[in-house]
Design a protein around this ligand. Structure first.
Ligand code: KIV
Ligand code: NA
Length: 266
């Protein structure tokens, strides 16, 4: 399969072809999503909530994320691989963002990085872009700021907040961002940002008008124990896995497995 590259993102927007993105945190699931034709895989700092049992993304470290980035990169033959920059690893300066991003590409094998914020991280976007590292922005509800935002809340409601979000989106584009994730934004505002920008918007809880969509894979596949109202379950992987584990335990306990067919007879 032909690798999805940065120019395909803008071409997709120009052609009106929707981009697909899912999170991935390990080799086997990344391989399945890559084979399924998902355009972009995100090693999100949502790994904190989904895989590491934390109750937010804040405790996730660069050292924790890199092995996941390496595993996903190794699995992908077609997908564009985007690594999140964890909380505390890019906000202080453009230089800090640069050194963290370099690790994601050098040690992790990612093609691009994503981090949260608008104008406040424009210098970071510019420095990475100048260094040849594609950046995906992230606006709207930004989970790393949940303590300041007062919880998981829709962002950009009201004229003033909407205006601010549009200006942040434009600042990211002007700094060189190749796409912008819009999380928990009213659908009309996401539509407006999508129209203003020439780089693609990738929505999550941002209505039907974005140029692409991203979901946390456990929510999408029915694997998690909780999922947000804007997500949709397209499968019952959790149930399938529980059934498989229960069937295995039953056969071991009854002596049905292993049988002769699954043994070395000499
Ligand atoms: O970490 C993550 O999974 C994300 C997506 C929800 C966009 O940032
Ligand atoms: Na994230």
């Amino acid at each position: 399969p032909k690798r999805v590259r940065v120019h395909h993102l803008r071409e997709a927007k120009e052609r009106g072809e929707r981009l697909t993105m899912l999170t991935a945190y390990d080799y086997p699931t990344a391989r399945i999503f890559d084979e399924a034709g998902i355009d972009m895989l995100l090693i999100g700092d949502s790994i904190g909530n989904t895989m590491l049992g934390a109750d937010s993304t804040l405790p996730v470290t660069v050292d924790e994320l890199i092995p996941a980035v390496r595993a996903v990169s190794a699995a992908c033959r077609r997908a564009f691989v985007v690594a999140d920059l964890p909380f505390g690893s890019y906000e202080a300066s453009a230089e800090q963002a640069f050194f963290t991003a370099v690790r994601m590409l050098k040690e992790g094998g990612a093609h691009a990085v994503k981090f949260e914020g608008g104008r406040r991280v424009a210098a970071q976007v510019r420095m990475l872009t100048d260094a040849g590292i594609p950046v995906v922005g992230h606006l709207g509800f930004t989970p790393q700021s949940e303590n300041l935002l007062g919880g998981k809340r829709v962002q950009g409601r009201g004229d003033e907040d909407a205006e601010r979000l549009c200006e942040d989106a434009i600042a990211l584009q002007e700094a060189g961002a190749v796409a912008v994730v819009l999380e928990m934004v009213p659908a009309p505002l996401a539509a407006r940002v999508t129209e203003i920008l020439h780089i693609p918007t990738i929505g999550i809880g941002a209505g039907p008008s974005c140029d692409g969509q991203v979901l946390v894979w456990l929510d999408m596949a029915g694997m998690g124990d909780w999922s947000p109202s804007f997500s949709k379950q397209f499968g019952q992987v959790g149930t399938a896995l529980r059934d498989a584990a229960a069937a295995y335990a039953r056969e071991v306990r009854t002596g049905t497995f292993p049988d002769a067919a699954h043994s070395f007879l000499e």
